[in-house]
Design a protein around this ligand. Sequence first.
Ligand SMILES: [Zn+2]
Length: 246
Amino acid sequence: MLIYDPYYFQCPNCQAWFEGRNLKSDLVNEAILYSDGKILYDNFITTLQKMVLCPSCGHTFWVEHPEEPFITFEKPKVAIYSWNSWRFYGINFSDNRGKLALIKHYQQFLKKSHYEPTKEIYLRRLLWWAYNDLHRNFHFIRWKYFLNGFMSYGVWSAYRRMLLEGEKLFLKNLKAFNSNLERLQALLEKHPEEQFDLEMPEIYRELRQFDKAKELLDQATSRTHFTNEMIRHSKWKDGRVFVVTG
Ligand SMILES: [Zn+2]
């Protein structure tokens, strides 16, 4: 079970109230780190959702710093949109249709306005992860995950079907995926303080520029499991997102 601290905030346009959650990662049973930097704790993404789409009036706004009265830790005595009702824009992305809808939301946010670099980096990184969600955990298509008794045949074959379809959708969107990643790369080069550890070699690897990825990895001062795995995948000329630990 994840433990969280609730906080409450208001839509600046229609004053509807929302419940937000600050997840505490210290009581986590299982954490999974993916090569693109996405981390799941007990299957929850803990990266804050900073862009909110108000279900009541359709207004989009940023929630970043806990400040009153816009954000409060005191529960208001009025009806509140629950966390589950607004996060990920109300999308159920346990199927590929939901995953595509999430991609569309990020694309629309990016089209709608010009953002300062840190905000654009945030949105483009989440768009990158959303594309990768189409074929994240692609290794599960292998028979061994069924044969190991990891999942029942029904669950495994449905998951496998979704991943194979997701891979097709990913490839169909490859041009848009690349152009988002190239733009993110350019922004991160200008703002190195915003880079995650090993994010630049990973971007090169996912853009299938494997020699450049290896070159950056060779320059890394310490060799970690993450670095070694990334070198291995670059040597295989595999540009897919993979599980680093978990
Ligand atoms: Zn509103």
